[in-house]
Design a protein around this ligand. Structure first.
Ligand code: PLP
Length: 402
């Protein structure tokens, strides 16, 4: 776990996120003049002096004991995200789902109550409808974007509020300051999944959340070659989750941490490009007769555009669109696209497209997806860093083929 110097007055440090993405968090892990963070593959760390060993083991001195707990490469990754999120502490995990499950199981006890939204990530939804209720944790899921409904649910008693915004795959937006105020009035902790926005577009801690987490597999790493998860925020809460993760063992691998650190150096560049391209493609899709709906918070016509514009600096690289012809049309259109990976991922330098049935909501039945407001004719489209004109031309030739 990483507990660094908190940024001045609780806001982001003075350097811009683009600079921090390149430099932040690395200095402690550089060795022998290396300019790049090394991959440290050592299960344990040796101490000839037992007193020093004891000091490190008891946290009285910085250092590492065993790589299930902390590791120099992993530490650099945690530091980089911590600083970009303006957080006081951070810890990491083998995957995004490990971050989410360890956080929820570490912070909530049997008999307690969670309030969240209906269209969180499919794996998160499975924790809410199956794994947590089995441990006698009550979960109430509210319609996403219906702020009065979630405020009423919180007021009925609540220990933890879990938000994801924008959501996957319909890009609904929750107002983090408003929900956080209601949660804090009820004595609840607020956890926000910031995977879709990234710290370049949105900082949930500055908006009132107590904890922010990411699937680093997506935009943070950005190259679809490493799995990882990360949690940042209040030091007491992060410490609690870190101690739980030490024991459950869902540690981030040093090679994955190295790839994530390297990927994050271009985070601001990539997100800037993806924000611009996604908006341009969303505006183009709106004009297409075969398209029934376009979900992108950057569109003025999006239901939550005003809220998104207040709390986000950019609207992100993911959009989704519905086809008039339903799932049959999805099956015809996807194979015709030449510049996309048809895969269960998002947030990479390559554009990725797929239906919720095989991606974000593969765990759910068609009926469950329908109940969550996810039509079978939907395509999630994660915009890469290719030229936006080329991507539009690719979509145009696929639509033109009928
Ligand atoms: C992918 C994703 C997750 C899960 O992350 P993994 O790294 O695949 O375990 C959680 N939340 C959101 C929003 C995601 O897109």
């Amino acid at each position: 776990m990483t507990e660094g110097t908190p940024p001045q007055d609780g806001s982001l440090p003075e350097l811009s996120p683009a600079t921090l993405a390149v430099h932040a968090g690395e200095s402690e892990s550089l060795v022998q003049g290396a300019t790049q963070v090394p991959v440290v593959y050592s299960a344990a760390y040796g101490y000839p002096d037992v007193d020093e060993w004891l000091d490190v083991a008891l946290g009285r001195k910085p250092g590492h004991i065993y790589s299930r707990n902390t590791n120099p490469t992993v530490h650099a990754f945690e530091e980089k995200v911590r600083i970009l999120e303006g957080a006081e502490a951070a810890t990491s995990f083998s995957t995004g789902m490990a971050a989410i499950s360890n956080t929820l199981f570490a912070l909530v006890a049997p008999g307690q109550r969670i309030v969240s939204i209906k269209d969180s990530y499919g794996g998160t939804n499975q924790l809410f409808v199956d794994f947590l209720p089995r441990q006698n944790v009550a979960v109430e899921l509210c319609a996403t974007g219906e702020h009065e409904q979630i405020e009423a649910a919180i007021a009925r008693g609540c220990d933890l509020v879990y938000l994801e915004t924008p959501t996957n795959p319909t890009l609904k937006v929750m107002e983090i300051p408003r929900v956080s105020a209601a949660a804090h009035a009820a004595g609840a902790i607020v956890v926000a999944d910031n995977t879709f926005a990234t710290p370049i577009n949105q900082n949930p801690l500055a908006l009132g959340a107590d904890l922010v987490l990411h699937s680093a597999t997506k935009f943070l790493g950005g190259h679809a070659d490493a799995l990882g998860g990360v949690l940042c925020g209040d030091p007491g809460l992060v410490a609690k989750v870190y101690h739980y993760r030490e024991i459950t063992g869902a540690a981030l691998d040093p090679m994955a941490a190295y790839l994530l650190v390297r990927g994050m150096k271009t985070l601001a560049l990539r997100i800037g490009r993806q924000n611009e391209s996604a908006l341009r493609i969303a505006r183009w899709l709106v004009e297409q007769p075969a398209v029934s709906v376009v979900n992108y918070p950057g569109l003025e016509t999006h239901l939550h555009h005003d809220v998104a514009a207040r709390q986000m600096r950019g609207f992100g690289g993911v959009l989704s669109f519905g086809l008039e012809g339903g799932f049959g049309a999805v099956k015809r259109l996807l194979p015709r696209l030449r510049l996309v990976h048809r895969a269960a991922n998002l947030g990479a330098v390559e554009t990725i497209a797929g239906p919720p049935a095989t991606t974000s909501h593969v765990e759910c039945t068609a009926e469950e997806r329908a109940a969550m407001g996810i039509p079978e004719g939907l395509i999630r489209y994660s915009v890469g860093i290719e030229d936006a004109g080329d991507l539009i031309a690719d979509l145009a030739q696929a639509f033109a083929a009928g």
